[in-house]
Design a protein around this ligand. Structure first.
Ligand code: COA
Length: 262
């Protein structure tokens, strides 16, 4: 049962604008946000089957500060079984979203951390303002990325880049992320809309059938490569949640203090 409307949708000129709207928590992905994301995926899939697919999905945030600041860490602080269920649900929802064969562009301004970066990586294109902040803070919480981020970061920037981001928890600016190949387009805020408009025009000018076919091919390739990796990531995440370090990392965030590891 979805209680809130944290994800807004609007279709204009065959472009589906999706706005994440939980600004008071920097769009942290909780059960409701994930349930709404799953509903969005189901609705787009139905539209495709009925020949009413949008040409493009533009995924953005209503927050001035964040695209998404991660999975909602408070959802990991519940009892272990429920926390593990939440992590598995998040991975499944984001993977199903990634599989939609309609081009999806993530528009980032502000923080794209942890689960937020994983959601961006589930999009086909990522556009960012220069001053945005990208990172995987999970190891600082005693965890690993659990919403498909180990797989999709490695596929996008190679295992070397993924190792650096995940092991260090480094925060990258938009232009650093562009250099690493983590994002596709980066511009200062005052030029950003014009860069984005150009990309949107490009994507909606080509054949929708050909684009859909290409995405089906690429998505199947990633599923084939990734199915075992996603399963291992899910199991690893669950066992870290049950570990002393995982429990300490999550508890420390909730108690607003630095964690004590080792
Ligand atoms: N999970 C749960 N709550 C989150 C959150 C997350 N991932 N990210 C932000 N929030 C909450 C904060 O706890 C705060 O709630 P409060 O007002 O009840 O204290 C609210 O959103 C606003 O965030 P705040 O921390 O006050 O903003 P800030 O500008 O000082 O810091 C961040 C921004 C992104 C640096 C900081 O919120 C942060 O480090 N968030 C966690 C990032 C993370 O580890 N993500 C990976 C999760 S797996």
């Amino acid at each position: 049962m979805i209680r809130h409307m944290n994800i807004k949708r609007e279709t204009k000129d065959n472009i589906l604008e999706v706005t994440l709207n939980r600004p008071e928590r920097l769009n942290a992905l909780d059960w409701d946000m994930l349930a709404e994301l799953r509903k969005l995926t189901l609705d787009i899939t139905t539209d495709i089957a009925q020949g009413q697919a949008p040409r493009l999905v533009v995924l953005r945030s209503s927050s001035e500060k964040a695209f998404v600041a991660g999975a909602d860490i408070k959802c990991f602080a519940s009892d272990l079984a429920r926390a593990q269920e939440f992590a598995a649900f998040g991975q499944e929802v984001i993977s199903d979203f990634a599989d939609i064969p309609v081009p999806k562009i993530a528009v980032i301004h502000g923080y794209a951390l942890g689960g937020g970066l994983e959601l961006a990586l589930a999009c086909d294109l990522i556009a960012t303002t220069t001053q945005s902040i990208f990172g995987f803070p999970e190891t600082g919480l005693g965890l690993v990325p659990g919403f498909g981020g180990t797989l999709r970061a490695a596929l996008r920037i190679g295992t070397a880049g993924a190792r650096r981001m995940i092991i260090t928890g480094d925060k990258l600016t938009g232009d650093q992320a562009l250099l690493l190949g983590l994002v596709d387009y980066c511009a200062p805020l005052d030029e950003f809309q014009s860069v984005l408009n150009t990309v949107i025009q490009q994507v909606i000018s080509v054949s929708p059938l050909a684009v859909r076919s290409a995405l089906i091919l690429l998505n199947e390739l990633e599923r084939e490569v990734g199915i075992q990796a996603l399963k291992r990531e899910k199991d690893c995440f669950a066992s870290l949640l049950a570990s002393d370090e995982g429990k300490e990392g999550v508890r420390a965030f909730v108690e607003k203090r630095p964690p004590l590891f080792g």
